[in-house]
Write a new protein. Sequence first.
Length: 185
Amino acid sequence: MIKLSDWMFKIFNGWLVLLAIVVFILFMIFVLPDQAQKADEYAKGNGSPDTSFFYTPERLFELAEVYGEEGRQAYVRARFTFDLVFPLAYVFFLASTISWLLKNSLAAENPWRRLNLAPIIGGLFDLLENTSTSLVMAGYPERRLWAAQIAPVLTLLKWVFVYGSFVILFVFLGVWIFKKFKRGS
């Protein structure tokens, strides 16, 4: 993980960060709303497990019932199309931006620079969550209890690391701005 962190400091320059920001914004404007609408149609207003902060295995089975056969198939398809691309988009944005900010805010030997790994960990939990919820949806009405039990834990961990990454981003954006103004005065 340390090698990955160091590699990110080497490759994420200002232009790559700018590209990541543009990709993320375009994804949020043009792709996410359509996917959210489709998911809401199948969920019949009941939400989706991957947008919840926490849910129970029983709630996941209830959602599988509400989605119906066609909805469950669409859910699984979306997890292995859209939901493979979306984590790449937000991980690229968060990892590049955080790495650039940390590189420009902290000394190279500072252990806090490893915070650039948080988005990577969040993205991994997202992919594991997608797999576990898809196993529940694909197998329903069979109750794959082990997948339903691990899915909420993975969802919670995903959100802790993704939201945590945004906190890291904004904190170190503030640090970078402060240092920039301090040098200017």
